[in-house]
Design a protein around this ligand. Structure first.
Ligand code: SF4
Length: 374
C-alpha cells in the first residue's frame, strides 16, 4: 500500500482543518474503502457549459455542444451533488468550456456547498475578475485551477488560441495571492511536451503553486491523434517525476484506495453540461443521463464496466490501447460527445450484457476506421 495518495489528498489540510464535518467525511471515505472494502465516490467533475473564448488545440470539450438539448438547471446540479455527497463525494471540480461564462456560474458554485466540501474551479482566467475571486472566497472556494501551456507568453497564447491569455493568468495568480486562494497548475503532457512540462513545474514552484499532470488523450480536438499516445516507458518516467516532486498530483494518485490507479466510475465521475455521466471529462462515452434516473443506478452500471472494474494502474484514456480502440475511436464520427455507451457493440461483451438493461439490445453502430485528423 502506498501512502502517496493520503499525503497528496491531505496536502490542503491547512485549508480544511477548520471544517470538522469535511474531515470526518474524508475519514469515512478511507474507512469505507480500506476497511469495509466498499467503493466510495470521492469527486465529481461538472462541466457546466461548452462556451469558451479560447481555441485550445487539445480541448477535450470541443464536441460537448448538443444543439436542441437542454442543459442542466442549477437545481438539477444541486440535486446531483446531493446524491453524490450521499455516496461519499467530498469534492467537486467545476469545468467548462469556460465555467465563468455560464450566466449562473456563482449560483452553481453555491449549489455545490463549498463551505462544507472542496469545490475547485478550473478557469482560463480571461474573464475572471478580482470581484468574482472575492465572491468565490466568500462562498468557501479556496483553490482555483489555472492553466498555461508554455512559460513563453507568445507560445502559450498561440496554443490557447487567445492573444493575451498568459497575461490574464498572471493577473489572476496575483489576485489569488492577495486573497489567500491557492492556485493549482494543471499541466497536460505528452511525450513531445515533457521538456515543456518540466519548465512548467519549475514555473509552478517559483510562483508557490501546486501542480497536477494530466495526459494528452485522443479525444475532443485531439481525437484520432495516436502519435502522442503513451507507453510503459513514459509512464515509468512520469512516476519517477512524481516521486521526485511530492507536491505534484495526478488524477490517479489521490484515491481513497491509497493506490495509484484510474478512479473512473469508482471514485470519480464526470457530468456533462446536459447531464450525461462519464468516467471523467475526457472519456467520450456516457453511462446514463441525469436527472432521468438516480445517480446510484448510473454509478452501479459504471462499476460493472470491465475497463473501470479492472482498476487500471494507468490512465486508460491515454494508455490503454484496447480501451482507446474499442471506446474512444468510435467517437470520431459522432457529432457530439459523450455518446451513449450502449450504442457501442463492444459494450454488451465488456459489461456482461448490462447494456441490455437500459432498453433493449444495444443499437449497433458501424465501427469506423480510425482516421488521423489533419
Ligand atoms: S481515464 Fe482515468 S486516470 Fe485517465 S483522466 Fe480519466 S479518470 Fe483520470
Amino acid at each position: 500500500m502506498r501512502l502517496d495518495g493520503l499525503r497528496k489528498t491531505l496536502h490542503q489540510v491547512d485549508k480544511i482543518r477548520y471544517r470538522p464535518a469535511l474531515l470526518q467525511k474524508i475519514a469515512r471515505g478511507y474507512f469505507r474503502t480500506l476497511v469495509l472494502r466498499r467503493p466510495t465516490l470521492r469527486v465529481v467533475e461538472f462541466s457546466i457549459n461548452h462556451a469558451c473564448q479560447s481555441k485550445c488545440g487539445y480541448c477535450y470539450a470541443a464536441k460537448f455542444r448538443r444543439p436542441g438539448e437542454r442543459m442542466l438547471e442549477v437545481d438539477e446540479i444541486r440535486d446531483i451533488w446531493r446524491q453524490s455527497s450521499e455516496m461519499g463525494a467530498v469534492g467537486s471540480l467545476i469545468l467548462g468550456g469556460e465555467p465563468t461564462l455560464h450566466p449562473k456560474f456563482l449560483d452553481i458554485v453555491a449549489a455545490l456547498e463549498p463551505k462544507k466540501n472542496i469545490v475547485t474551479v478550473a478557469t482560463n482566467c480571461i474573464t475572471l475578475t478580482e470581484e468574482t475571486i472575492v465572491e468565490l472566497k466568500r462562498l468557501g472556494v479556496f483553490v482555483l485551477y489555472v492553466s498555461i501551456n508554455s512559460t513563453d507568453p507568445e507560445t502559450n497564447d498561440l496554443v490557447r488560441g487567445y492573444e493575451g491569455h498568459y497575461e490574464h493568468v498572471m493577473r489572476v495568480i496575483d489576485s489569488c495571492r492577495r486573497h489567500d486562494i491557492d492556485v493549482m497548475l494543471p499541466i497536460t503532457t505528452s511525450k513531445k511536451l515533457l521538456p515543456e512540462t518540466l519548465k512548467l513545474l519549475d514555473f509552478a514552484r517559483q510562483h508557490g503553486m501546486t501542480a497536477s499532470i494530466g495526459l494528452m488523450a485522443p479525444t475532443g480536438r485531439q481525437e484520432g491523434r495516436k502519435e502522442e499516445l503513451f507507453d510503459e516507458t513514459f509512464w515509468t518516467q512520469l512516476r519517477e517525476l512524481y516521486d521526485r516532486n511530492p507536491g505534484l498530483r495526478g488524477d490517479w494518485d489521490t484515491n481513497f484506495t491509497l493506490k495509484v490507479g484510474c478512479p473512473a466510475g469508482f471514485e470519480k465521475i464526470h457530468v456533462s453540461p446536459y447531464g450525461h455521466v462519464t468516467g471523467c471529462a475526457i472519456q467520450p462515452m456516457s453511462f446514463g443521463k441525469l436527472p432521468d434516473e438516480p445517480l446510484e443506478d448510473v454509478v452501479a452500471r459504471m462499476r460493472r464496466f470491465r475497463h473501470f472494474s479492472k482498476r487500471s494502474e494507468h490512465c486508460i484514456v491515454a494508455l490503454d490501447e484496447e480501451f482507446i480502440g474499442d471506446y474512444v475511436d468510435p467517437s470520431i464520427d459522432q457529432p457530439s460527445t459523450p455518446y451513449p455507451i450502449e450504442d457501442n457493440p463492444c459494450y454488451a461483451g465488456d459489461c456482461g450484457g448490462c447494456g441490455v438493461e437500459r432498453g433493449g439490445a444495444a443499437r449497433r453502430f458501424a465501427r469506423r476506421e480510425t482516421r488521423p485528423r489533419d
